[in-house]
Ligand binder design. Structure first.
Ligand code: NAD
Ligand code: TYD
Length: 378
């Protein structure tokens, strides 16, 4: 079947994996990567698919309602997978307005354009989907009731038994009340509410998914794992917020992209699905694994760089624990993460060490200058 799908934020970390998967897997689809190319967007993430006939790129701000409505009409868009967002919590603490503008108003702009265009068609919403990618951070923070970690009441292939731990008795379920704490999660929560409101009010076919922390290739090195890999490589200090006791639930990015593909094609309209691999880690423990892996792959003595760990002032409002229950997705659609966590980390560290040019360009900001000059007259 032919389809025209806009993937917003396709030049970012997760978006580039989703674009690559769709372009390679669905030659009959036309995949439009729509991205403003902020500091986090980098077309070098998609070098391997940029010349494929079913791929195109449009530089656009999701807040530009007129431009997006025109694109919907001209390209007969029938599916939207919406990932474009400001995504870094620390930036949201410094500049919450940008987060409200992009994440809330940008999402509203896409919703309104999709509604107007699809309602104008004879078949209306038949065969259409607005799929909104959200985060587990909208659910707030869970308590650390098992500080040493215990076997969780769920099973998955994602983690080895050693690290397959739960640091509290509660989990985030699809029914968990939204209690966002950071300006980032507040803006994502607000956009999720708008998506559901467009379904409930106008019947727009929507799906929302809430995923845990992703890691893997092409992540901007301001986030924990790529930042630390780069710092260890260069023997720079590793700024660990607070005591490093906060818990995050980590998923390999390609497993998230596979879940998005499955849900886009098989998910039920108006549903919410949590995505996660039951893979909780304290920051300090994951940092030690990253240090050992980088050291080993660089031929250094394992653990040699542990002294780079530097405890710094905690992040404001730092959420204690995130832990996703993805049983619904696993039971209803048969999704499972494909990688053991140790394999995923090994693959990830190897990728950053082997892709030195990508990393150096991103850290220096050179990629921005290159694409600025390329698109400045368009
Ligand atoms: P990212 O910051 O790497 O990429 C965001 C992309 O959106 C960039 O390419 C950027 O240029 C683009 N963008 C930003 N503002 C835009 C605008 N106004 N118009 C058009 N494009 C714009 O983010 P990511 O980590 O890939 O996250 C993608 C989505 O997944 C986000 O919605 C995020 O909330 C969600 N999410 C991320 C994680 C994670 O761990 N990274 C986990 C769960 C959910
Ligand atoms: P991050 O990758 O920013 O993702 P999020 O805040 O969305 O979970 O951070 C992951 C965890 O690592 C989080 O608890 C904050 C912590 N952290 C540090 O300790 N130091 C750092 O330099 C960064 C970027 C994060």
């Amino acid at each position: 079947m032919k389809r025209t799908i806009v993937i917003t934020g396709g030049a970012g970390f997760i978006g580039s994996h989703v674009v690559r998967l769709f372009v390679n897997k669905y030659p009959d689809y036309s995949i439009i990567n729509l991205d403003k190319l902020t500091y986090a967007g980098n077309l070098a993430n998609l070098k391997d698919v940029e010349n494929k006939p079913n791929y195109s790129f449009v530089k656009m701000d999701i807040c530009d309602f007129d431009a997006f409505y025109k694109l919907m009409c001209e390209k007969h868009v029938d599916g939207i997978i919406h990932l474009a967002a400001e995504s870094h919590v620390d930036r949201s603490i410094k500049d919450p307005f940008t987060f409200a503008k992009t994440n809330v108003l940008g999402t509203l702009s896409l919703l309104q354009a999709a509604k107007l265009y699809w309602e104008s068609l004879p078949e209306k919403y038949e065969g259409k989907l607005f799929y909104h990618i959200s985060t587990d951070e909208v659910y707030g923070a869970l308590e650390m009731t098992n500080p040493e970690g215990i076997e969780p009441p769920f099973s998955t292939t994602a983690s080895s038994s050693e690290h397959h731990l739960a640091y509290g008795k509660d989990f985030f379920y699809e029914t968990t009340k939204y209690t966002p704490h950071s300006p980032y999660s507040a803006s994502k929560a607000s956009s999720d509410h708008f998506v559901r409101a467009f379904h409930d009010t106008y019947g727009l076919p929507t799906i929302v998914t809430n995923c845990s922390n992703n890691y893997g290739p092409y992540q901007f090195p301001e986030k924990l794992i790529p930042l630390f890999i780069n710092n260890i490589k260069q023997r720079k200090p590793l700024p660990v917020y607070g005591k490093g006791e906060n818990v995050r639930d980590w998923l390999f990015v390609e497993d998230h992209a596979r879940a998005i593909d499955l849900i886009f094609h098989k998910g039920n309209v108006a549903e919410t699905y949590n995505i996660g691999g039951f893979n909780e880690w304290k920051n300090i423990d994951i940092i030690k694994v990253v240090i050992n892996t980088v050291d080993r792959l660089l031929g250094r003595k394992e653990g040699e760089d542990l002294d780079l760990i530097t405890f710094v002032t905690d992040r404001l409002g730092h959420d204690a624990r995130y832990a996703i229950d993805s049983t619904k997705l696993q039971k209803e659609l048969g999704w499972e993460p494909s990688l053991q966590f140790e394999e995923g980390i090994e693959k990830t560290v190897r990728w950053y060490l082997e892709n030195e040019e990508w990393l150096n360009n991103v850290v220096s900001g050179d990629y921005e200058k290159y694409y600025d000059s390329m698109y400045k007259n368009r």
